[in-house]
Design a protein around this ligand. Structure first.
Ligand code: HEM
Ligand code: HEM
Length: 199
């Protein structure tokens, strides 16, 4: 594998920053559901923290998607067969889709409750009235998308492990190496592009 078919440094940094933040947010989300309602306030403070970190992660996700739309991904390497390439493309597209649905449904669901959303303690303005049906719909979307996201990340990790085990260089495409500075002048890389990997 040559350096020219790697993701560049910004793509790699955004991938790991957003990826790890989403994993932490998923863990916090599932964990906080089991926090008891008494003593009063403890559960609410974890929920408020989840909402605040979720909004920060939403901004990072938006940044990542905007940056990705402006830069094509390097073509998938020939060590992957056609089926693997199709699986990888759909896995990536659906990961992006869930990364949009998660914060959006969380924010909308919370904004339909009678309580204002607090961003690290500061109440945000309300845009519409409380609506318990809409809150319920958004809660179902939020928790269903969380389960789909966990499954997609699982498939993604299995794929990464498979390539790491085969040592075929695919994992290295998403790692920063000492020679990366040579590629920084190009928007993403200098390889033949594969526009079908766009989200
Ligand atoms: C924690 C372990 C993870 C590993 C080892 C890993 C590894 C990788 C690798 C090697 C690629 C490049 C695939 C290629 O060659 O085309 C990639 C791409 C990608 N990863 Fe991950 N990843 C991880 C976590 C995540 C998480 C948690 C998310 C999302 C929540 C994620 C989202 C993506 C997306 C969307 C792409 C496609 C990038 C693009 O073309 O824009 N990854 N990952
Ligand atoms: C990447 C972003 C996010 C991820 C990965 C995420 C993940 C999760 C998970 C895994 C749960 C538990 C679901 C369950 O067990 O049913 C949850 C619950 C919840 N999340 Fe998020 N979340 C994100 C963003 C947000 C945002 C931005 C808000 C609000 C501003 C929010 C508000 C909530 C609330 C209120 C719950 C409790 C259950 C509900 O009423 O829907 N989340 N989240």
């Amino acid at each position: 594998m040559t350096e020219s078919i790697k993701y560049n440094r910004i793509a790699v940094l955004l991938h790991w920053l957003v990826g790890l933040a989403v994993l932490a947010q998923l863990s916090l989300g599932f964990w906080m559901e089991d926090v008891p309602k008494s003593p009063p306030g403890v559960r609410a403070s974890w929920f408020n923290l989840h909402k605040s970190t979720g909004m920060v992660i939403a901004l990072l996700i938006a940044l990542r998607i905007i940056w990705r739309l402006m830069h094509q991904a390097p073509a998938l390497p020939d060590v992957m067969n056609a089926a693997q390439k199709t699986l990888a493309r759909w896995n990536h597209r659906l990961l992006y889709f869930c990364m949009i649905v998660m914060p959006l449904s969380g924010f909308l669901g919370s904004s339909f409750t009678p309580y204002p959303i607090k961003f690290f303690g500061t109440p945000l303005p309300r845009f519409w009235d409380a609506n318990s049906e809409m809150k319920e719909v958004m809660a179902v979307i939020h928790s269903s998308a969380a389960c789909v996201l966990v499954a997609l990340v699982g498939i993604h990790l299995l794929g990464a492990l498979y390539h790491a085990f085969k040592r075929d260089g695919v994992l290295g495409r998403m790692l920063i190496s000492s020679s990366d500075h040579q590629n920084q002048s190009s928007p993403q890389n200098t390889s033949p592009q594969d526009s079908s990997t766009q989200p």
